[in-house]
Design a protein around this ligand. Structure first.
Ligand code: 1HN
Length: 352
């Protein structure tokens, strides 16, 4: 015989009241569930026009939050209170206009920049290294590394910022410190310093054991790898040609909490579906297509994308890609919390 808990029974009511007074709860009582996340698309036209408008009305020096950055943040409709893109990651788009400087600080949240637009004269200084930023470059500022941005050029620069700040906040491990000795740290290492020391062809004398990043990956190298591997037709059934920005020290994921990937879909290519517990935020570098998300295998909501659009695919939703151009390849940059799930033994996948 099965019994339902009768919450209107005066004895049960009295128990619930007494437990609440002592900050206790019964296993049988209901609790609020975290909102379910859905796929979402942020068209570049909307992001970019709001970002440019922010450049007119928001003074970089006048922002008084800890980060003091002019970024437009991608807000997941189910996470508006946290103002967060996924449960773990934040993707924002930053504008640094000619002559502007974003002051030096460091935080326990790991961050990265993926350059969208710029003339190659602006840079991020990470731990004293001037890292010049050209479109398509990926610059890492791992956990607790000092960083400031400066644009000495004539043109504005626009890049994506990705941080694991919602994860660090969830773990009560978010710390932030402003650089005390002026707006910028001194430049003590030239552009390329980390790549020359840690790249795959590196000095015999470099010992990578015990070293830490930062690092910057140049778009020319990424694009060459994509083209070469695409030409060799080594593709992943679910993602086309799929490359990871390997951590040059460990050979593993880009950073412990954020994996950075780049994929290539051949003209007309349709991938097979799969689902996994990690969630992913995408940014289209070039090309156009459709990502079908949710439902069961092969049927779901279609997110139609073009150059520079950003979209989110939550964990455990079936999804597959289609390049709708018959002539041009599509290239998509993405960030994933997969390294977190894998390191905790929580990565799980089902595939067609
Ligand atoms: C931050 O420090 C930067 O350093 C960019 O450029 C975006 C978003 C949230 C929190 C801190 C930066 C950020 C951020």
């Amino acid at each position: 015989m099965s019994h339902q808990v009768d919450a209107t029974d005066p004895r049960v009511e009295a128990l619930h009241r007494r437990m609440a007074e002592h900050s206790l709860g019964g296993h049988w009582q209901t609790r609020a569930r975290a909102p379910k996340l859905e796929a979402h698309m942020w068209p570049w036209s909307a992001i970019y026009s709001c970002l440019m408008e922010s450049g007119e009305v928001i003074q970089l020096g006048g922002i008084d939050d800890a980060a003091k950055r002019r970024t437009v943040q991608l807000v997941n409709p189910a996470l508006t209170e946290q103002k967060s893109t996924s449960r773990t990651l934040q993707m924002s788009i930053q504008l640094v206009k000619s002559g502007e400087r974003a002051e030096c600080h460091r935080h326990t949240a790991a961050a990265l920049r993926f350059v969208v637009e710029g003339d190659g004269t602006a840079y991020t200084n990470v731990e004293g290294e001037q890292m010049l930023m050209e479109p398509g470059d990926l610059v890492l500022t791992p956990n607790w590394t000092w960083h400031d941005h400066y644009n000495p050029g004539k043109n504005s620069i626009v890049w994506l910022d990705v941080l694991d700040v919602h994860l660090t906040t969830y773990l009560d491990a978010t710390f932030h410190e402003n650089y005390g000795e002026g707006p910028a740290q001194p430049i003590v290492k030239p552009d390329g310093y980390c790549r020359q020391r840690l790249g795959v062809v590196r000095p015999r004398t470099t010992t990578v054991a015990g070293q830490t990043l930062p690092y910057s990956y140049k778009w020319t190298d990424t694009l060459a790898a994509l083209k070469e591997i695409a030409a060799a037709d080594r593709r992943d059934p679910h993602d086309g040609v799929l490359l990871e920005y390997a951590n040059p020290i460990t050979g593993g994921p880009t950073m412990p909490t954020i994996g950075c990937w780049i994929q290539w879909l051949a003209p007309g290519e349709t991938t097979k579906g799969h689902r996994h517990t990690s969630s992913t935020i995408y940014h289209v570098v070039e090309g156009q297509g459709v990502t079908t998300v949710g439902g069961s295998k092969g049927v779901g909501e279609g997110l139609t994308w073009g150059p520079r659009d950003c979209f989110f695919v939550p964990g455990w939703k079936w999804h597959h890609f289609r390049n709708t151009s018959k002539k041009e390849p599509a290239i998509i940059f993405s960030v994933t919390d997969r390294p977190v799930l894998e390191s905790l033994g929580l990565y799980r996948e089902e595939a067609e």
